[in-house]
Design a protein around this ligand. Structure first.
Ligand code: ADP
Ligand code: MG
Length: 178
């Protein structure tokens, strides 16, 4: 007997029921107890509805890129989620807010920054609210190096394998601290 197609096919970023999708989330902080906030955020991400943490990179330390203030601490998490990309972004914004995130000006130092880097192999173009893959991820060593720890085969839709991009970023300071 032929399989019955689902009433609403899963669509990356769209509404409706969906198969679990692997998403990559970039975490960064450079104010206060940055490492503690990143660890707390990983636990909160794991506790999101319909979402589980599959892998988390080590914590990395990096020089600010297009940003101000002290060194950043960074990590990348891989989650499996049934949330659509917009719901996942909204949930990440709530976690940022809970960590006291304020946006006094563009690229200001931040208590916690959570970016949706990859959502399956989806491409979402809904600026300014959501653009996936994250538009600047391929130029940032503090994103690609932790990403490659947890997803060595990661491909950035429209760009190519993350591993092919990281060599060009050797001049950016980013080193693991844990
Ligand atoms: P940034 O992370 O670029 O330093 P913010 O964290 O203040 O700056 O994000 C600014 C805006 O970027 C947010 O309002 C958010 O809606 C939007 N945005 C667009 N695409 C993404 C994405 N892939 N991940 C996170 N935020 C995004
Ligand atoms: Mg952000």
């Amino acid at each position: 007997m032929a399989a019955i197609p689902p009433a609403v096919p899963p669509q990356p970023g769209g509404p409706g029921p969906r198969q679990p999708v692997h998403a990559a989330i970039g975490l960064g902080a450079n104010l206060g107890d940055a490492q503690g906030r990143i660890r707390d955020a990983l636990a909160l991400i794991d506790a999101l509805p319909a979402t589980r943490l599959v892998a988390a990179s080590r914590l990395w330390r990096s020089a600010p890129v297009e940003a101000n203030g002290p060194d950043f601490h960074n990590a990348v998490a891989i989650v499996e989620t049934r949330l659509d990309a917009f719901a996942l972004l909204d949930a990440l914004r709530l976690i940022e807010a809970g960590a006291g995130r304020e946006r006094p000006y563009r690229n200001a130092p931040r208590t916690l920054d959570l970016d949706l880097l990859l959502y399956g192999d989806g491409r979402i173009d809904a600026p300014p609210r959501l653009v996936v893959p994250h538009p600047r991820m391929a130029e940032r060593a503090f994103v690609l190096r932790p990403l490659l720890e947890v997803a060595p085969d990661a491909t950035i839709p429209g760009i190519g394998p993350a591993a092919d991009r990281v060599g060009a970023l050797a001049g950016q300071r980013a080193e693991p601290t844990s």
